[in-house]
Design a protein around this ligand. Sequence first.
Ligand code: COA
Length: 278
Amino acid sequence: MSDEVLLVEDVPIGGSSPAGGSVSVWTLNRPEKLNALNLQSHQAIKAQCIRVEADDDVRCVVIRGAPPPEPLEGKRQKPAAFAAGADISEFVGKTSDDVRPFFEDNAWEAIWNLSKPTIAMVDGFALGGGTELALSCDIRIASDRATFGQPEINLGLIPGGGGTQRLCRLVGYGKAMEMVLTGDMVSAQEALAIGLINKMVGRGDLETATMAIAESMAKKSPYTIGVAKRAVRAALDLPFTEGVLMERSEFVALFDTEDKEVGVSAFLERSEAEWVGR
Ligand code: COA
């Protein structure tokens, strides 16, 4: 087994335009610790964020957890996990001065700030920083055995990777408050009902379902996808009327792009759009 904390594979997408497109699949790889996020995991994720932002071929990012290893003789099988949170062993004896620099420059924000679409593919536990990692992605696809939660309260802490804010916006104030104050876990079924995940599938279908959504986004104009993400994201920060004005301005500006002509002509000619990415 690799000792790298993050495995990265850029999966080519057939028929993408501009040609050469890929989905970058990142696998959190500490399955014996339920893929808990340690300092190296954060560094590796931040480095990948910088890489894919600069790589025009990467059209979408999928983040997943490595499956549990085969148990050693006489030992029990470890459970499946996306990520069971920040690595708690790194918290021992730390002061605010020790942790502040790390939390000011973390992987959750690096993912959140990517201009490309991101998907969390969640099988098993996504707790604490694991739920926050999923919340930092644009879309969450989960298996029916996924489990979410913000159990930091049980450690005398609160979420520190944006969980209080992103949860509120995604599932609403009441449910966010309940999750953060109780630390209770939320099943995949409940996560679907409250809007925490976009889709729930059987575990055998998780990869196929996730890659289908990734490829769908990856085959759009990469330029327009970036504008669309920016516009929807702005709804979180802007007052409503200002947001509608911003959207109109982005929409109108797209009429000066080549990809608007490509997309409209392809529709009228009933052909595949050959995006140019500008
Ligand atoms: N940080 C560091 N190590 C972790 C971890 C974390 N967040 N979560 C799990 N692990 C480690 C365990 O210490 C254990 O290591 P070991 O086998 O070397 O002793 C291994 O992962 C397996 O976890 P274990 O607790 O034995 O599995 P379980 O099936 O009994 O319980 C959980 C699974 C997810 C319920 C439990 O691991 C848990 O509560 N984890 C912490 C979740 C959390 O509080 N996250 C927020 C952190 S801020």
